[in-house]
Each structure stands twice: as C-alpha cells, then as structure tokens.
Design a protein around this ligand. Structure first.
Ligand SMILES: Nc1nc2c(ncn2[C@@H]2O[C@H](COP(=O)(O)OP(=O)(O)OP(=O)(O)O)[C@@H](O)[C@H]2O)c(=O)[nH]1
Ligand SMILES: [Mg+2]
Length: 193
C-alpha cells in the first residue's frame, strides 16, 4: 500500500459539517499531546502532513487524509485540562457524530503514552469501542523515552489492563526512532483487506 501520496483533504470542527464517507477509514484517537500527529507523519512517511505541536490541545478538529484506497482520520485529542466546557461538549459531539454516522471504520488506532497506564478517558474510549464493536489496536507512543526493562514492565502492565477486551494488538511505537512503524502499517493494511 502506498502512503507517500497521501493528501490532506479537509478539517471539520463542527459535527454538522461532517461529510458522508465513500472510502474505508482508519482513525487515530488519543489524549492531547500523546503524539498523534507525530505518529501520523511517521506512518505516512512525511515530515509534517499532520501538524506537530509543542502546545497540547491544538487539534480540536477531525482531519481527513486521503490515500488510494482509504482515508486516515485524525480525531481530536482529549484530556487537555485547560479547555473550556463548551470545547469539551464540541469534542463529545464531534466524536459521537463521527462514530455513529454509519461510516466504514475499519480500524481505530488508540494511542496511549507508554510511560503511563491508560487514563480514565483512554479507558472510556476503549470501553466505547468495545461496546460498539469498533475494531481497535493500541499504539504505545514515545517508547524511546523508556529503557528496555521499563518498556517490558509497562507493556505487561498495559496489556494486563486490556486483557478483558480479548486479544488486542499492542504496538510500542516511537516517532523519533521509528519503532513500530512497519507493524502498524501491516495491521492497517490487514484491516483494509
Ligand atoms: N521522544 C518522543 N517524543 C515524541 C514522540 N511523539 C511525539 N513526541 C513529542 O510529543 C509532543 C506532542 O506531539 P504531537 O505529535 O504534536 O502530539 P498530538 O497528540 O498530535 O498533540 P495535539 O494534537 O496537540 O493534542 C511533541 O513535542 C513531539 O515532538 C516520540 O515518539 N518520542
Ligand atoms: Mg496533533
């Protein structure tokens, strides 16, 4: 599958603007600052097709990237403490509309910072996908920030939390070093077959 010819298509900030989908979609979800834009750039083999910010909470829109046979969907990050109540409501409405409008969502890549166990909101997302039969995998981001034994410990701990959802694929990932890129691409491609 080709990634290098992905193009940024559209950005939606309001649920009512969401267009119907005519291609299978791979969505990326996670808390603000978890490394979502960096992961998207790495998978797509581009420097900055998805914006990378040092200021968390900047992406409050759903962004669509078109590839040959699918779209990548950059979902808005959650959990940034400083956003207003109305922004939180807008986030919830966007997400609810995205997931309930009959789209062909093949896979959600749920990002979790490998240094920490899943937050309450990470677990809410996972519960939601599990309850609605939305297929998902977990990418453990920023794995370069852990040494070998810390990685092992966190991998075991996070997998332990996820066992009740069945055999979920969990992929340690580093946008900096490239770990996990090929594995994620394979899982994405398998979901599109
Ligand atoms: N060491 C390391 N830093 C990373 C990695 N991925 C992202 N970062 C850093 O983490 C910060 C946030 O990265 P982004 O990719 O912008 O995260 P995001 O989830 O898109 O953030 P928002 O859209 O602002 O919510 C940036 O300073 C990145 O350089 C990684 O794999 N390793
Ligand atoms: Mg981002």
């Amino acid at each position: 599958m080709r990634y290098d010819n992905a193009v940024f298509e559209t950005s939606f900030g309001v649920a009512a603007q969401l267009k119907e989908s005519d291609l299978p979609e791979i969505a990326f979800s996670g808390k603000s600052n978890v490394g979502k834009s960096s992961l998207l750039n790495k998978i797509l083999g581009r420097k900055s097709i998805a914006r990378v910010s040092s200021m968390p909470g900047k992406t409050v829109t759903i962004n669509f990237f078109k590839l040959d046979k699918c779209r990548f969907v950059d979902l808005p990050g959650y959990g940034y403490a400083k956003v207003s109540h109305s922004e939180k409501l807008r986030w919830a409405e966007l997400m609810e509309t995205y997931f309930s409008s009959g789209r062909d969502i093949r896979l959600v890549v749920q990002l979790i910072d490998m240094r920490h166990n899943p937050s309450k909101q990470d677990m809410d997302m996972i519960e939601y996908m599990n309850a609605n039969d939305i297929p998902f995998i977990v990418a453990l981001t920023k794995c370069d920030k852990l040494n070998k034994s810390e990685r092992l410990k966190q991998l075991e701990s996070i997998c332990g939390v996820l066992t009740k959802y069945g055999n979920i694929n969990v992929v340690p990932f580093s946008a900096l070093k490239g770990d996990g890129t090929e594995e994620l691409r394979k899982l994405i491609e398998a979901s599109l077959d």
